[in-house]
Ligand binder design. Structure first.
Ligand code: SIN
Length: 513
């Protein structure tokens, strides 16, 4: 197979990029690969919304910039923060023009929600299903272009590279066609990674099962620069479910709507940690919960929504209400048990302002990329925005440069028939071991010696996985990607330990290419 533009991943980053290139260059062929169904991605799980300054009386770009810098503990790149926030109204209008609908008030004005770390109401949303609404409309829009082709159930295993003296260029990928059980090569002029995050590495996560760090791991193997992987954001309010790894998210917008966070005695403990209480940023709230749990020995703290207007709550959060009810929790009467869970990877494949990685013809956008926006901790509802802006930036340059990229000679097409692994228990056991190592405490409270010890354990896991040679199927590649990325995360946690303070002279993650 051969294509001008290859997009890996079908969330907001990949689809908005594909739509823009397809519009500007109807003659270019664009292939979108996804490893599952094309609507299975982190975007579809985003509940809260997208942060945009629309109320120019109370709010301003400057305030949104300040909130983002504060949440990122001073480690965000101010130029990137400005770039992203100033483009937000334009990117939002594009989404609306592509068919996305957002909640409006009786006057027809977009309704703005509040979330932790924001000094003003500025979250544009579609009830508690914002990501799903966006994903559905983006898929419809992308599907209307004859030059965008989707191949789902294609698992990309590695990037194809051309080395020319010191320069490395990406020329396509190897991918498993899961329906045929074949490994195939795909040549491309431009390769665009929009592969999402890495939540499944961790003991608890709000992410869907596809979040296995594939993009970061394959870019790393290709020699691309990867930065700030240790800054994994834990969302404070995942629904606590005993012995469960993947946890249902209770949106931050619920606290923005007025929910309290309490311990088992009903005490609102967050004010001990931050004057903003429930509206402190996620890192502060998660740390506070972990502290409380450690001293109380309890398994969860709680969200208390019993004082809120039940009708309004139901209409804003229908999915959350339904899900809680299905678990026997009625928000009008019961406290909702919650714990922090890995939610978002703030670091990733280092990119410049046009989403270019350090490998030629390889771009990255969305959660797999490190743009410099989030610093040490992402401000709520800035991620969909970041993906839109960097995909827009990339599309602008790809459209200009595509013609000058020498057409990739169709590398001799390779097709291999794959062996089935047979035993699906093996990957599950490896993943369990990985999850046991990769905890909140390892990243945020452990000593350097414990981190080094964790790296040793991860290397043993990697070696043991290698011994299962010949068993190449997507589950094994996912495990390899997760283990390699886990090593990067812990290594960068050791390297970046001096930079977590608020004011530091040298910042990690500045592009060096
Ligand atoms: C949420 O609704 O709390 C998640 C949205 C985000 O991660 O910004």
């Amino acid at each position: 197979m051969k294509t001008d533009v290859l997009v890996i991943g079908s969330g907001i980053a990949g689809l908005s990029f594909a739509i823009k290139v397809a519009t500007a260059k109807p003659e270019a062929s664009i292939l979108v690969l996804t490893k599952s169904n094309n609507d299975v991605c982190n975007t579809a799980h985003a509940q809260g919304g997208i942060a945009v300054v629309l109320d120019k009386v109370r709010d301003s770009f400057e305030q949104h910039i300040e909130d983002t810098m504060k949440a990122g503990k001073g480690l965000s790149d101010p130029n990137v923060v400005k770039l992203v926030i100033s483009q937000a109204p334009d990117r939002l209008n594009e989404l609306i023009n592509w068919g996305t609908s957002f909640d409006a008030n009786e006057l027809g004005e977009l309704e703005l929600g509040l979330e932790g770390g924001h000094s003003q109401k500025r979250i544009v949303h579609h009830r508690d299903l914002t990501g799903k609404e966006m994903e559905t409309k983006l898929l419809q829009k992308a599907g209307s272009y004859s030059n965008i082709i989707f191949h789902d159930h294609y698992f990309v295993t590695d990037l194809l590279l051309k080395k020319d003296r010191s320069a490395i260029s990406c020329t396509g990928v190897m991918a498993i066609d899961r329906q045929k059980d074949e490994l195939v090569s795909i040549s491309s002029g431009i390769t665009f990674l929009a592969t999402g995050g890495s939540g499944r590495i961790f003991q608890n996560t709000t992410n869907p099962s596809v979040a296995t760090a594939d993009g970061v791991a394959m870019a790393h193997r290709a020699g691309a620069r990867i930065s700030n992987m240790n800054f994994i954001q834990f969302h404070p309010t995942a629904l606590y479910t005993k012995n469960k790894h993947s946890l249902f998210l209770i949106s931050e917008a619920v606290r923005g709507f007025g929910a309290y966070m309490v311990d088992q005695t009903g005490n609102r403990f967050l004010f001990k940690y931050d004057l903003k209480g429930e509206l402190a940023t996620r890192d502060i709230v998660s740390e506070a919960i972990m502290n409380e749990l450690q001293s109380s020995g309890e398994e969860s703290v709680f969200l208390d929504c019993r004082h809120l207007d039940p009708e309004a709550f139901r209409s804003h959060f229908p999915t959350i209400v339904e899900h809680c009810l299905s678990k026997g929790i009625n928000f009008e009467k019961d406290l909702i048990p919650i714990v922090p869970a890995a939610h978002y990877q703030c670091g990733g494949i280092q990119v410049d302002h046009f989403a270019r990685t350090s490998v030629n013809n390889l771009y990255a956008s969305g959660e797999c990329a490190h743009t410099g926006l989030h610093g040490a901790n992402r401000l709520a509802s800035n991620s969909l925005l970041e993906a839109l802006v960097f995909s827009h930036q990339a599309a602008g340059i790809v459209v200009k440069e595509l013609d000058s990229i020498p057409a990739q000679e169709l590398q001799e097409e390779k097709v291999y028939q794959l062996k089935q692994t047979g035993n699906k228990e093996i990957p599950k056991n490896f993943e369990k071991e990985l999850n046991q190592i990769m905890t909140y405490n390892l990243l945020y409270t452990s000593e350097e010696s414990e981190k080094k010890n964790a790296i040793l354990k991860l290397r043993v896991l990697e070696e043991n996985l290698k011994k299962l040679s010949g068993k190449i199927d997507p589950e094994f590649f996912e495990l390899k990607n997760m283990i390699q990325t886990a090593i990067l995360i812990v290594e960068q946690a050791i390297e970046n330990r001096f930079f977590e303070k608020k004011e530091c002279a040298i910042k990690p993650g500045n592009p060096k290419f």
